[in-house]
Design a protein around this ligand. Structure first.
Ligand SMILES: NC(=O)c1ccc[n+]([C@@H]2O[C@H](COP(=O)([O-])OP(=O)(O)OC[C@H]3O[C@@H](n4cnc5c(N)ncnc54)[C@H](OP(=O)(O)O)[C@@H]3O)[C@@H](O)[C@H]2O)c1
Length: 423
């Protein structure tokens, strides 16, 4: 992934092997100065040969005192990747105190400790920063014999939101990535049973596990503060609320590889005053047209045997109740679940489907709803980063989801919300 991190200093934990090692290499290649933290010195020696100039730190992150000593004076860090973890496999009934303590001290307590050190430094210097916690699919989906590990990752999901809430006002962004199985040493261990592995893979709409590169790309994207570029366009003028007109306008549209379902309307009405017209128009444009246009495009992709990507522009309103937005919220809630069902059904055809969920953006739609300073303040007070999104924040996320850099991401709803949904 071509990103420029020159001038920035990054710290990656668990840098000796697997995902952490490749993250260091990618950050180094993108111009960052990198502090590589791991436990086995030989790994750090070989990594330093591959990436001259990195700063290796050999420490057991499960040891609070040793970590304080090794990293307490680490100096300025702009980007932090909390990646180190252990996956101790044991049936739930046999989990020991030692398993539990080791899992939580490395996978979670060290995230508290290293993030505190790094975030305090950012706050003292008055600079923005970005932290990515490497979590796992098992934060949401149970895996046999991984009760302790899965619990650490479930806790990490909530910790990530808490950190986003508290660090947002200092312009420190905090996100997690939740990969499926990646066949690193850890991934091979947890998926060693061939029958289990086969069934698990079958459950994935894309019918495959992730590559290390997929995870590294997501980490780098979340660390970055990136701006987009555009190329030429063909125009089609049609009212998407009109099924027949849309059918006619897009029937002959020809091959489309990437689709962004962005059109939407928002009528603000108190729930008790919602009209049939507002309801019908909202669902026709915000949801029915997504189904119709996506059917046209996906049928074309399947007929050509080509892979494709669809991005649905949803909203933070899909997941929170907002006053006077009952119809709009409903359309976006429906769009989120539609995104997941499309991902499940279209995945086997190599068509990925994701949603982006922005907070308020001051487009004409945003202005209509949020120009009143009192209303805006009440919303801004709920956003950890303390601001509405700029257009480019949304526009930056869409090309990532459309590109091969997110080739293992499907069925997800990606917030671009300044942390609103973490609250
Ligand atoms: N692989 C997967 O299937 C998968 C799926 C979802 C999420 N993840 C997550 O992705 C991250 C990286 O996993 P991976 O597959 O790359 O694992 P890996 O191949 O086992 O590498 C883990 C790295 O972390 C280091 N580490 C572990 N404990 C440490 C400690 N106490 N102090 C310092 N360093 C320590 C290891 O060093 P030593 O070898 O020297 O101990 C190693 O360099 C983890 O957070 C994992 O939970 C992995």
């Amino acid at each position: 992934m071509q990103l420029n991190f020159s001038g920035l200093r990054a710290l990656v934990t668990g840098a000796g092997k697997g995902i952490g090692r490749d993250t260091v290499k990618a950050l180094h290649a993108s111009g960052a100065r990198v502090v590589a933290v791991s436990r086995t010195n030989a790994d750090l020696v070989s990594l330093s040969k591959e990436c001259p100039g990195i700063e290796p730190v050999c420490v057991d992150l499960g040891d609070w005192g040793a970590t304080e000593k090794a990293l307490g004076d680490v100096g300025p860090v702009d980007l932090l990747v909390n990646n180190a973890a252990v996956a101790l496999m044991r049936p739930f009934l046999e989990v020991t105190k030692e398993d539990f303590d080791r899992s939580f001290s490395v996978n979670l307590r060290a995230v508290f400790q290293v993030s505190q050190i790094v975030a305090r430094g950012m706050i003292n210097r008055g600079v923005p920063g970005s932290i990515v916690n490497v979590s796992s699919m098992v934060a949401h989906v149970p895996f046999p014999s991984l009760a302790a590990y899965s619990s650490t990752k479930g806790a990490m999901t909530t910790l990530t939101k808490s950190m986003a809430l508290e660090l947002g006002p200092y312009k420190i962004r905090v996100n997690s990535v939740n990969p499926t199985v990646v066949l690193t040493a850890m991934g091979q261990k947890v998926s060693a049973d061939p029958e289990f592995s086969r069934k698990l893979k079958e459950r994935h709409p894309l019918k495959k596990f992730a590559e290390v590169e997929d995870v590294v790309n997501s980490i780098l994207f979340l660390l970055s503060d990136r701006s987009a570029s555009t190329s030429g366009s063909e125009t089609v003028c049609v009212d998407l609320a009109d099924w027949e007109a849309t059918e006619q306008a897009l029937r002959g549209v020809g091959p489309v590889d990437l689709l962004v379902n962005n059109a939407a309307v928002a009528f603000l009405q108190p729930f008790l005053e919602v009209t049939k017209e507002a309801y019908d128009m909202s669902f026709s444009v915000n949801l029915r047209a997504v189904i119709q246009v996506s059917q046209i495009v996906a049928r074309g992709l399947i007929a050509r045997g080509a892979p494709g990507v669809i991005v649905n522009v949803s909203s933070q309103a899909s997941q929170r109740g907002l006053t006077n937005h009952s119809v709009y919220c409903s359309t976006k809630g429906a769009l989120d679940i539609l995104t997941k069902v499309m991902a499940v059904e279209l995945g086997p055809h190599k068509i990925r489907v994701n949603a982006v969920n922005p907070t308020v953006v001051m487009t004409p739609m945003g202005q209509a709803a949020w120009s009143d300073p009192q209303k805006a303040k009440a919303m801004l007070d709920r956003i950890p980063l303390g601001r509405f999104a700029e257009m480019e924040n949304v526009v930056d996320t869409i090309p990532f989801l459309l590109s091969d850099h997110s080739s293992m991401t499907t069925g997800s709803t990606v917030p671009v919300d300044g942390g609103f949904l973490a609250t």
